[in-house]
Ligand binder design. Structure first.
Ligand code: HEC
Ligand code: HEC
Length: 324
């Protein structure tokens, strides 16, 4: 604002003769950049605020906890009742291909995703109101909080709430893991052990689904992890160190258990894909035919997977100043 004001003065009185010569204080932020930074912090605050829960009992952060990799460390999420699926991290969701959301890709943008937990009885709504009433209730409630009302330009709407939360989620990225530094050319970023693991990862066929910068094709595949036999999205393999347990239902507790699962899967694959047990429905993904993983590879594979986790990531909770 002050810069803008100075601009106006300079334009109105072009001759400013007696101004002292001073150095530039700092790089001026563009207005878009500054506005985005404000929106991200607004989104962070909303993410942690139980005001978005009809019963005021949960917030997004109940299940997406900063110190647990923005997941919850549980097999499946827990709100007003246990949920069916494992809570994924929101780290790097900005990079989900085509914006797909959830284990079954049923939603397409971070903004649209926000409404699901707010509406869901077992996540944030509880029994305070009907599903059809909850959006209006939440908007009115947020509108009544002066700080939020001001931050949203006087009128609170659900799209504005969703936009701020999505902006905050997009800010949670970890682009500087040892793997990233290695791929950018720093050959010392991965130990020889991890480099061997990367090769094994490619040769074992993992990369056919877990490829690309997020180590996921974001497509649905039936790999028949213990639990429901249905197609789930290939999860990203970034930040696994922070997000155990694994799979759509959290049934595998460690990376060793996951690798053992894939090793045992090879037997089932050769039986079912080579014409054996055709009765198993839905059928296993044909890409699994190329899977070749041996217990002797586990240490190398784990070393590589380890290089995909960030040592540090943004875990900041909002600072409520008490007068919202
Ligand atoms: C009660 C626990 C719980 C609460 C509360 C909750 N989530 Fe989730 N979240 C989950 C679970 C479980 C999933 C996976 C559901 C599925 O795939 O069917 C999920 C999925 C997501 C995803 C998709 C990530 C991806 O890569 O597909 C995002 C983003 C997300 N939640 C953000 C939020 C936001 C924003 C809020 C608050 C408005 C919120 N969550 C509230 C448990 C929760
Ligand atoms: C056919 C595609 C495909 C191949 C090949 C494949 N995966 Fe997966 N991977 C998936 C899918 C789909 C899931 C989720 C399954 C579920 O939750 O039921 C998954 C889950 C995982 C998880 C759990 C991640 C989490 O956050 O829960 C790890 C770790 C993993 N895979 C590693 C590997 C490794 C290592 C290999 C090679 C040995 C491999 N995958 C081969 C598709 C594949």
């Amino acid at each position: 604002m002050r810069l803008a004001a100075l601009f106006v003065i300079a334009l109105v009185c072009p001759v400013v003769a007696d101004e002292p010569v001073v150095p530039l204080a700092a790089l001026p932020l563009s207005t878009e950049h500054a506005a985005l930074a404000v929106e991200i912090e607004l989104g962070r605050e909303l993410f942690f605020d139980p005001v978005l829960s009809a019963t005021k009992a949960t917030s997004c952060a109940t299940c997406h906890q900063p110190q647990l990799g923005w997941a919850d460390g549980r097999e499946t999420g827990l709100g007003f009742a246990p949920l069916a699926r494992n809570t994924p991290t929101i780290l790097n969701t900005a990079f989900n291909a085509d914006g797909v959301m959830f284990w079954d890709n049923r939603e397409r943008t971070l903004e649209a995703q926000v409404l699901h937990p707010i509406r869901a009885r077992d996540e944030m709504r509880g029994d305070a109101c009907e599903e059809g009433e909850v959006v209006e209730l939440i908007v009115l409630r947020v509108q009544a909080i002066e700080r939020y009302r001001t931050a949203m330009g006087g009128t609170v709407t659900m799209p504005k709430i969703a936009r701020a939360i999505a902006a905050f989620e997009r800010s949670l990225v970890t682009p500087d893991t040892p793997f990233d530094r290695f791929m950018r050319g720093d050959k010392s970023a991965l130990t020889p052990h991890q480099q061997r693991g990367m090769k094994v990862f490619e040769e074992s066929g993992c990369i056919r689904c877990h490829g690309g910068p997020m180590l996921s094709d974001y497509k649905l595949h039936v790999v028949a992890a213990p639990g429901e036999r249905q197609a789930f999205r290939t999860p990203s393999l970034r930040n696994l160190r922070h997000t155990a347990p694994y799979m759509h239902n959290g049934r595998l507790r460690t990376l060793d258990e996951v690798l053992l699962f894939y090793e045992q899967l090879m037997d089932e694959v050769s039986e079912t894909l080579e014409g054996g047990d055709a009765a198993a429905q839905p059928p296993l993904d044909p890409l699994l035919k190329h899977l070749s993983v041996k217990p002797g590879d586990f240490l190398d594979l784990k070393a590589f997977l380890e290089s995909l986790s960030a040592d540090r990531y943004d875990q900041r909770a909002p600072v409520f100043n008490g007068q919202r």
